[in-house]
Structures are given as structure tokens and as C-alpha cells.
Design a protein around this ligand. Structure first.
Ligand code: ADP
Ligand code: MG
Length: 262
């Protein structure tokens, strides 16, 4: 797939859409067709010694791209002397993170619909033998600005192809602390919104969380709370898989689970 650097650039980049640890993502227009894309620009110098990470991201994207409507599609890939470029279908609706902040709250039925879609896509990724390892609202993007836009799983930068022979438990420390599973944290450190990372780690490993602040949770149904509890199960062998989570009553029926009026 890499195109020699001698090929004239086919894209013109525009505004910055977002950035992460190693990359800046810019809007890009394909000069010939006028089609808009998202172009992840990775600085080779910054990635020095970790080029394998980008090769891994591309290999994984080749496996999962185009196979599911809720996984971002890698459209093109090329490099220059200084940068690596990954061209994706453009998601104009921005990150779930920003939408949650802008909305303030979700109707439970809408939240369940989003979670159902995300878990469906995660189930697909796992069936491809891939673990994403950095699922979080910053890496979930809306395809368009519409209220009911499709949500897409993006950023396979930390993902890994699972070796079929040794379906070992993953305990390598990676990901974003606040979103990491306890067995990953136990090796060293952790999430659950505490003052220090040490306290955060202890809370995650003990499964020590509560539905607080109370005003955020008072209108959340018992079924939804039970779903959250299930997903946060400390023991990974007892934690539901994506497929099992989809069978949970909160996701299994499309009917909302309203809290009855007091
Ligand atoms: P990193 O590995 O550095 O976190 P990401 O792949 O997560 O890089 O991209 C960084 C940010 O760029 C995302 O959080 C998102 O805001 C934006 N972005 C990434 N891909 C797209 C896309 N296809 N369409 C629109 N914005 C995107
Ligand atoms: Mg990211």
C-alpha cells in the first residue's frame, strides 16, 4: 500500500479535526475528486523507534475496515520524508466526548441505542481477532452532525491482533488510565476519578465505585445501573463479553427502562 514519495500529493489538507498522542488529524480534500476525508498525520521523528505501532495500526485497519458500518474506514495510506499519512472517511459529527459535554445528559433510551451500536461493533472487532484497547469517548466519532448520526469506532493505534494459539489474558499496560480494566492496572497503576493516580488504581482494582454524584444518577433506571455494574466486574473471567453484554436487559430490548415517578 505505501506509495513512493515521488508521487505528487493528491490531497490538500485543511482545518485540524483533532489530535492525540502521536498524531494530528486534518480535514483533507482529494484534489481530483473533490471528496473530503480525514487525514491522520503522524510525525516520523516523534514515532522514531515505534514505527511498528503505525504498521500495526494499518494492518489492523486493513482487517476491520469496510467490514462493519460502525468502524472507521481506512481509505488510503502514504508517506513522505517527514510524515506518515492515514486517510480515513471523514466523520463530521465530532467525538462522542464533545457531544456528551454539549448535551449535558442523554435520555436513557438514546444512551442504550448508542451503547448497543458500540458493543455490536466491538463484538465484530473481537470476532476479527482484534482487541482495540483504547475505547473511550474521544475515539468514538459521529459520521455526521445529525442528532441520530451513526457512531464509529476510531483509533486503532493501540490495538492488537490476538494470537489464536495463545489466547492469553492481556495484561500489558496500555490505554488511557481512566478507562483501563483492573487486570491491566493491577500490574502497576489505575482510573476511578480520585485525587491521585495511586488512589485511582486502588479503587479500580477493588471495584470501588459508587453511583455518584447522586443528582447524576437519580433518574437512571436499576436496569442501567445493573448493566454498568456488570461491565465493571473486576474479575475478567466473570465480566461479560461484548456479545454477552448485548444480551443484558438494558440492551436486549429496545424499550426504554424508565424509572417510575416517585
Ligand atoms: P491518536 O492515536 O493520536 O489518539 P486518533 O486516531 O484518535 O489519534 O485521532 C485523534 C482525533 O482526531 C480524534 O479523537 C478525533 O477527534 C479526530 N479524528 C480522527 N479520525 C477522524 C475521522 N475519520 N474523522 C473526523 N475526525 C477524526
Ligand atoms: Mg485517539
Amino acid at each position: 500500500m505505501p506509495t513512493p514519495a515521488t508521487v505528487p500529493c493528491q490531497y490538500r489538507t485543511g482545518k485540524t479535526l483533532g489530535s492525540g498522542t502521536y498524531a494530528i488529524v486534518k480535514e483533507a480534500v482529494h484534489i481530483k475528486t473533490g471528496e473530503y476525508y480525514a487525514c491522520k498525520v503522524i510525525n516520523k521523528k516523534l514515532m522514531e523507534g515505534r514505527e511498528y505501532m503505525v504498521r500495526n495500526e494499518i494492518a489492523v485497519l486493513k482487517k476491520v475496515s469496510k467490514g462493519h458500518p460502525n468502524v472507521v474506514t481506512l481509505h488510503d495510506y502514504f508517506e513522505t520524508a517527514h510524515n506518515l499519512y492515514l486517510v480515513f472517511d471523514l466523520c463530521t459529527g465530532g467525538e462522542l466526548f464533545d457531544r456528551i459535554c454539549a448535551k449535558g445528559n442523554y435520555y436513557e433510551a438514546d444512551a442504550a441505542a448508542l451503547v448497543r451500536t458500540i458493543f455490536g461493533a466491538v463484538k465484530y472487532i473481537h470476532e476479527c481477532g482484534i482487541v482495540h484497547r483504547d475505547l473511550k469517548p474521544e475515539n468514538l466519532l459521529f459520521r455526521t452532525k445529525a442528532e441520530d448520526a451513526d457512531i464509529m469506532i476510531a483509533d486503532f493505534g493501540l490495538s492488537r491482533v490476538m494470537d489464536e494459539e495463545k489466547l492469553q489474558m492481556l495484561t500489558e499496560i496500555c490505554g488511557t488510565p481512566g478507562y483501563m480494566a483492573p487486570e491491566i492496572f493491577k500490574k502497576r497503576y489505575t482510573p476511578f476519578d480520585r485525587d491521585t493516580q495511586q488512589q485511582e488504581m486502588e479503587a479500580i482494582c477493588a471495584g470501588d465505585y459508587s453511583f455518584e454524584p447522586a443528582e447524576y444518577w437519580e433518574n437512571v433506571s436499576e436496569t442501567a445501573r445493573d448493566f454498568v455494574r456488570a461491565c465493571l466486574t473486576v474479575d475478567p473471567t466473570k465480566r461479560p463479553t461484548a456479545a454477552e453484554a448485548l444480551q443484558h436487559p438494558w440492551l436486549a430490548s429496545e424499550k426504554p427502562h424508565f424509572v417510575p415517578d416517585p
